[in-house]
Design a protein around this ligand. Structure first.
Ligand code: RUG
Length: 841
């Protein structure tokens, strides 16, 4: 490629090529240049917002230079790439992460200080990029960080929502949703107005034979929308590799607006087309673990996968390879079933547009895709109504029927005469209306299916996908236990702990090989080390206490035991059990003598998390937590012994303050319901212990850190079905302590009792599906063990050090290496030795 450019021009380009800053002086120069030119301001009116903008732009310029080099390197090497398709990327803030990953935070800190700013104030100017609901979206963000840090040639593909997850406000104890307009100023994205893809919807299919007698299906008519690419650079840690996250934004295909309508006075409908098109990428659906089957959501899914596949296929076609080599060049991972239409779209491209035979095309499709399942909850398993799909994507529905036909034929061959099996595994559910079962389609269209923790991967094989294991054999199903990036969740969120660990393990190497944390074991009884360790935890608690004071007005004592449950509010995650436990504690304290009270460790129960706007039960839980807080926090008889806090608007940047401050965090889902959980890993990595059920990754955490270092309680997954059955068909005696809690709620102690009747009657009258009563006693007892254990601070600290030392397994780098080896078959492409990253490395 280079040879096609004449030497003198090449020399000129090389001479003037962008050179990323390295020194403090060059950084300051860049900041001032952006303030004075890009932002048209000066030192006289450069506030913190402007300083954030300019400093971010300086880093963005730096990243984009490396981004370009990385893309060139990958194109020249022509190796296999991974494409991670996720409808959610919960990135949080980018500035601090960029500074740390490129290793120039100190340079920026000093530079900003010379220009009159404190780096913490500048970092806090940034609005979170909140294009996700919870664990699934944050996992995708951690994976992007790991893929870049490990030098994998990988792209993320998603949607550029104008509104991310809503902002949560608490008004009179109730959740109120406020739109999150986050794109006002976003220095981290590059609009690519030259990368535009036409996306078709609706219309019909014309079938005919061409002049060679071949059957042709042509998707015609309907409406067109444009997908415009926006690129976000993803810097790797301690490597020049900078990957790409490409987000698609929708735009009307037909120019700005209809001038004819406009001129004839029909102002409103003159912009209607444009608005309708832009609606597609306007808003993130705010449901976590819930499928609602709305047409606009299906539109979003197709819009995104069609644009992404067009892009991927275009890139492949440039290499002029044979189609059969497509799976050698391309691995596509489906993050949940949301992008499953991509399998159908690739088949359509290959047979309708590229003229391949069905079988040849389908082999390519199945070799290309891998599918990650994140849930067994029936309400979260996606299904699309056949009539809806018929209308929106008529050709795709035909292809799905054909995929299903061939699949069922193969099942019939393997299990002749088993009609029930055919009905069970059919991609089309014979209901009214008929439904497309997206998980089944994803399994049939992929070569590997993985769950996200061992228990979960076992459960999918023995429950929801049992028949498919018989059909495809067990090797198609595997496990990749989730992980988290230690860069954000240790180094960035807990800089002092990171520093202390570095000082004992020979530097920051543990951020790239988290197993190095093992070296901390030898300090678990080191007095001096333990003192520093405890001081850091205390400082992190002071930081959270300040945040609590400014956001809620409540003063909490940083020496109290901080007990934290932050995650989406969901009945299966059982925040209701936690708050019932808090009420039980309140009643117990009230009944205690002064002597007994003296022995009790003061506790601060901290909650945070959003409820889906239409999830009434979850909103009721938030309401109860706030009302309990209002009562308990103002009860002079209780004082510091118990405080109850609900932190508004839990998001990634708040998690960075909350996570390092826990003594105990709660991961208490009904066994068998939480696929993995990832905040459990974050809390332990930051020196907190956990109280949890035998569910999701809690089980592997226990195996790694040792059962003496975790507070486990409750029934096991294998017993859940029988217990539920007994609730409904046998006698169901509720836990007496829980009944006392219910009496207190019903007496109006926490405000209008009627407001909370749904919560109590779910347990008393409706079968207690989530086994709150069954687990309550063991929960309360285990909380008492926590109280006891916390009194012995010396032992407690040892436990936390040993736990951190044994958390190496939970790095998302380990996950990505497993995906790369087991599922994607891709190799890292490290920059060559001597290749500059601007740091001269
Ligand atoms: O609920 C699961 C978590 O247990 C898991 O840790 C996370 C990442 O794998 O995904 C969450 N999840 C599952 N979010 N949405 C779903 C179902 O669509």
């Amino acid at each position: 490629v280079e040879a096609s450019i004449p030497e003198p021009q090449r020399a000129a380009w090389k001479k003037f090529q962008a050179t990323p800053f390295v020194t403090k002086e060059d950084f300051e120069k860049e900041v001032v240049r952006h303030v004075e030119t890009t932002l048209a301001r000066s030192m006289f009116n450069c506030d913190e917002t402007a300083a954030y903008a300019a400093a971010s732009l300086a880093f963005r310029d730096r990243l984009i230079t490396e981004w370009n080099r990385t893309q060139q390197r990958q194109t020249f090497a022509d190796t296999k790439r991974v494409y991670y398709l996720s409808l959610e990327f919960l990135m949080g803030r980018a500035f601090d992460n960029a500074m740390l990953n490129v290793g120039l935070k100190n340079v920026a800190k000093e530079g900003l200080s010379e220009l009159g700013f404190r780096i913490e104030d500048i970092i806090s100017q940034e609005h979170d990029a909140a294009l996700g609901n919870g664990g699934l979206g944050r996992l995708a963000a951690c994976f992007l960080d790991s893929m870049a840090s490990l030098n994998y040639p990988a792209w993320g593909y998603g949607l550029r929502y104008r509104y991310g997850i809503f902002k949560q406000e608490i008004v009179d104890g109730y959740q109120v949703e406020v739109p999150d307009y986050w794109l006002d100023f976003n220095p981290w994205e590059f609009p690519r107005h030259d990368i535009v893809v036409d996306i078709q919807f609706y219309g019909g299919v014309r079938k005919y034979q061409d002049e060679h007698g071949r059957n042709i299906a042509k998707w015609e008519g309907g409406e067109m929308v444009k997908a415009v690419a926006y690129d976000v650079p993803i810097p790797g840690y301690d490597t020049p590799s900078t990957n790409n996250m490409r987000l698609w934004s929708s735009k009307a295909a037909s120019g700005e607006f209809d001038f004819q309508k406009f001129n004839s006075g029909d102002y409103e409908s003159s912009v209607a087309d444009q608005q309708r098109a832009e609606t597609i990428s306007a808003v993130l659906y705010p449901n976590d673990n819930l499928d609602r089957g709305k047409e606009l959501r299906l539109k979003q899914q197709y819009f995104w996968v069609a644009a992404s596949l067009y892009d991927i296929v275009r890139r492949f076609k440039k290499s002029k390879r044979a189609w059969s080599e497509f799976p050698d060049q391309v691995a596509i991972q489906l993050n949940d079933t949301h992008p499953t239409l991509a399998t159908v779209e690739l088949q359509r491209i290959l047979i309708d547009l590229e003229g391949l035979e069905w079988d040849e095309a389908w082999t390519i499709v199945t070799k290309t895709f891998g599918y990650t399942n994140h849930t067994v909850l029936p309400e979260a398993l996606e299904k699309w109504s056949v009539p809806l799909m018929q209308n929106l994507l008529p050709r795709h529905l035909q292809i799905i029927y054909e995929i299903n036909m061939y699949f069922l034929q193969s099942v019939e061959r393997k299990f002749p005469g088993d009609r029930e099996m055919l009905g069970r595994v059919s991609i089309i559910e014979e209901s009214q209306p008929k439904m497309v079962r997206m998980a089944y389609l994803a399994i049939v269209g992929s070569h590997k299916v993985n769950g996200v923790a061992e228990l979960h991967s076992d459960l999918i094989k023995t429950t929801i996908f049992k028949d498919f294991v018989k059909i495809f054999g067990p090797d198609k199903f595997t496990n990749v236990t989730n992980g988290i990036t230690p860069r954000r969740w240790l180094h960035q969120a807990n800089p002092r702990l990171s520093e202390l660990i570095a000082s004992k393990t020979g530097g920051l190497g543990f951020l790239k090989d988290l197993n190095i944390l093992n070296e901390l074991e030898k300090f678990a009884d080191d007095k001096e080390f333990k003192k520093e360790w405890a001081e850091i935890k205390y400082a992190n608690k002071v930081r959270l206490a300040k945040h609590i004071k400014t956001t809620t007005g409540v003063t909490v004592n940083p020496s109290a035991l901080f007990d934290i449950q932050v995650k989406r509010i969901h009945e299966y995650k059982r925040q209701q059990m936690n708050i019932f436990g808090v009420i039980h504690r309140y009643l117990t304290i009230k009944a205690m003598t002064a002597e007994e009270r003296k022995k009790l460790a003061p506790r601060v129960s901290i909650f945070g998390g959003k409820a889906a706007p239409g999830y009434w039960m979850a909103k009721t839980i938030i309401h109860l937590i706030n009302n309990v807080g209002a009562k308990v926090n103002n009860d002079p008889d209780i004082g510091d012994l118990l405080k109850v806090i609900f932190l508004e608007d839990y998001n990634v940047s708040k998690a960075e303050i909350i996570t390092p401050a826990s003594d105990v965090s709660e991961h208490i889902s009904t066994a068998g319901t939480e696929a993995s959980g990832t905040s459990n890993m974050k809390f332990v990595l930051n020196g907190g212990l956990i109280i949890g059920t035998c569910d999701g990754a809690n089980i592997e955490i226990t195996r790694e850190i040792g059962e003496n270092n975790i507070f486990l309680f409750g029934n096991l997954a294998e017993d859940v079905e029988d217990l539920r059955h007994a609730h409904n068909y046998g006698s169901h005696t509720l836990d007496p302590d829980l009944l006392k809690v219910f009496e207190t709620i019903k007496s109006g102690t926490f405000g209008d009792a009627g407001a909370f009747s749904a919560l109590t009657s779910a347990i008393e009258d409706h079968g207690d599906y989530y086994l709150v009563s069954d687990d309550f006693h063991s929960y309360i007892q285990t909380q008492a063990l926590v109280d006891e254990a916390y009194k012995n601070q010396d032992e407690w600290i040892t436990k936390t050090i040993l736990s951190v030392a044994r958390m190496g397994f939970f790095s998302s780098d380990r996950c990505i290496n497993e995906y790369a080896e087991m599922i994607w078959n891709v190799e890292p492409l490290a920059p060559e030795k001597g290749e500059t990253d601007g740091l001269g490395k």
